[in-house]
Design a protein around this ligand. Structure first.
Ligand code: ADP
Length: 307
């Protein structure tokens, strides 16, 4: 039977304005285009699981505003159960103001808003949803004290804990020991494990070993176009697919979603790695986050063509 996945994570709306040149301090300029995109690592991972046919629910918090409403109706469209998503009365829905100039440089200001409003009170309320889950996925775009407490709870209840430690932050030893699958990218691995270089597979293996010594069961490190490296009893490298990348936004999120869907179906690590590398490779071929998250049919056609 397919296992039940719950994603605990953030909602962020990206407001992307393009302009010839950034305004200087105190200056107003006229920009060119404005686009609004739904995102946040939690949402991206949840949508990726849903589109690949996983049985998934979302836990988190939006604001009582138009962006929050948009997220709720979007989750309905995607068939995602959002009974664990709260609406904060005062804080705005998480938002990123993104400015892009003619040379494609960006300046980004993130307002976490309601994502940081999810506290211990909400944690208490979602415990029945966590109790009902088999696999729970976390990232670091919410209050870390609350995330750590939820990880401890899930571990105690025997749930499979998948932690995507992004953006990287120091992780207490008892949390590392409660994680079944830790899924950093290479820079996050370096920050968390303390390795000074991540150029070679030996460097990556060293970082994984340090985390394994602290009790993480399996470390899945994503390596961009190189693929991924999975370490539990020993390390294995799984080569990525050769594709033309146009935008790497959400590659890590789609990888995490696909990997977890395969875990929920009882697949081997090797199969999960191939599936997740395939999903990441598909994602980088399309611009944006949500539009680049492909469905199962698409992914399986890609894998069949790239045996
Ligand atoms: P993040 O987005 O978190 O930095 P990565 O860049 O490591 O994560 O990408 C996640 C996964 O997406 C990789 O492990 C790989 O499978 C796939 N991927 C990323 N970039 C490419 C690329 N240029 N070509 C093919 N696959 C890619």
């Amino acid at each position: 039977m397919k296992k039940k996945i719950v994603v605990v994570g953030a909602f962020v709306t990206d407001l992307v304005a393009t302009m010839k040149e950034f305004p200087a301090a105190g200056e107003s300029i006229v920009g060119e285009t404005l686009n609004t995109y739904l995102g946040g690592k939690g949402v991206n991972q949840c949508v990726s699981v849903a589109r690949l046919g996983g049985d998934v629910s979302m836990i988190g918090m939006v604001g009582d505003d138009a962006y929050g409403k948009k997220f709720l109706s979007f989750m309905d469209e995607e068939g995602i159960d959002h009974r664990g998503v709260f609406v904060h009365k005062e804080l705005p829905t998480g938002l990123a103001q993104v400015q892009i100039n003619a040379s494609s440089q960006n300046r980004i200001c993130v307002i976490p808003g309601a994502n940081m409003g999810f506290g211990f009170e909400e944690e208490e309320k979602v415990k029945p949803i966590l109790d009902n889950a088999d696999i729970v996925m976390f990232q670091f775009e919410m209050r870390l004290d609350v995330i750590f407490d939820m990880i401890r709870y899930c571990h105690k209840k025997g749930k499979t804990v998948v932690l995507n430690p992004a953006p990287a932050a120091p992780i207490p030893d008892d949390i590392l020991a409660a994680v079944d699958y830790l899924t950093p990218n290479e820079t996050e691995l370096a920050k968390i494990s303390g390795i000074s270089s991540y150029d070679t597979l030996e460097d990556i293996e060293e970082g994984c070993k340090r985390l394994k010594d602290k009790g993480v069961k399996t470390i899945v490190t994503t390596l961009g176009d190189r693929g991924c490296y999975i370490y539990n009893e020993k390390g294995n490298f799984y080569k990525g697919f050769k594709v033309k990348a146009v935008d790497t936004v959400a590659a890590g999120d789609s990888f995490n979603g696909a990997f977890t869907v395969k875990l929920s179906e009882g697949s081997s690590l090797e199969e999960a790695a191939r599936y997740a590398n395939g999903m990441g490779a598909l994602t980088v071929q399309t611009k944006g986050a949500i539009p680049s998250l492909k469905n199962r049919e698409c992914l399986e056609a890609f894998l069949a063509e790239n045996k």
